[in-house]
Write a protein that binds this ligand. Structure first.
Ligand code: NAD
Length: 249
């Protein structure tokens, strides 16, 4: 028996990186887990996966219905699917702004809307949104991405207020730079990947990137009944990026 025995969880963006580590950890700890992803082909057993595009409301509603039906309900939503964007406000087009907001913010709204009727029937309902240190830290070259995560942070607080009396907790994790395929792609596109990696590592007071497993552990805590008194707040998993200034020698 573990804290997740009998609980059913849905993880968006669960085919890769933080979502994949979270889905695997929840399953290892006894939850039944459904993954929703644009490309669910790489999702390992015993996770069950459904294809869904969080920018498409009909696709989200259909996948959530099917997953909740297959699992026999839903207790936990890990709202994690997201995409990155680099640059200042002069670098991204209006279409890029619309698309990244569509995935990172509206995607979480659509998925929450589809899951809420199921979560209301749970005795241990929790939503955990994957936010970012970018929501509050003022990172250079991340204007669009940071704005989406600022919105996710505010959405987390507002949803926590709206649903607290229904017994649904809403929290978020604020990771720093996490070693996932996403960061692999970013480094791959850099003129000097080793120098870029060193710069990302140096930006974090711990001097290293965060692992996906470390973020998954924080999400699992927030999603678990052990966090029953925790709602409307963010847990930083950022190597001290937000709290420690300047980096200790
Ligand atoms: P990743 O690229 O490894 O995984 C993202 C997953 O989301 C992929 O499986 C992808 O297919 C899925 N996805 C993307 N768009 C989708 C859509 N429209 N519909 C359904 N699924 C979609 O990335 P990651 O690093 O694991 O990031 C996961 C989350 O963590 C994101 O919300 C990201 O903003 C956040 N985050 C990441 C970092 C980091 O440094 N990696 C830091 C802070 C926050």
């Amino acid at each position: 028996m573990s804290e997740f025995t009998g609980l059913k969880a849905l993880v968006t963006g669960g085919a890769s990186g933080i979502g994949r580590a979270t889905a695997a950890l929840l399953a290892e700890r006894g939850a039944q887990v459904a993954v929703l992803d644009l490309d669910p082909t790489q999702v390992p057993e015993p996770l069950r996966a459904w294809r869904a595009d969080v920018t498409d409301d009909a696709s989200v509603r259909a996948a959530v219905q099917e997953a909740a039906g297959a699992l026999g309900g839903l207790d936990i939503l890990v709202n994690n699917a997201g995409v990155g964007a680099q640059g200042t406000v002069e670098d991204n087009t209006d279409d890029e702004w619309r698309h990244v907001f569509d995935v990172n913010v509206l995607g979480m709204v659509r998925t929450a809307r589809a899951c809420l009727p199921h979560l209301r029937r749970s005795a241990h309902a929790a939503i955990v949104n994957t936010c970012s240190v970018a929501a509050t830290a003022g990172l250079p070259q991340r204007a669009l991405y940071s704005a989406t995560k600022g919105a996710v942070y505010s959405l987390t607080l507002a949803m926590a207020a709206d649903h607290v009396r229904e017994g649904i907790r809403v929290t978020c994790v604020n990771p720093g730079t996490v070693d996932t395929p996403w960061i692999g792609r970013l480094l791959g596109a850099a003129p000097d990947p080793a120098a870029e990696r060193a710069a990302l590592e140096a930006r974090q007071p711990t001097g290293r990137l965060v692992s996906a497993a470390e973020v998954a552990a924080a999400i699992a805590y927030l999603a678990s009944p052990l966090a029953g008194a925790t709602t409307g707040t963010a847990l930083a998993v950022d190597g001290g990026m937000q709290g420690l200034r300047p980096r200790p020698a």
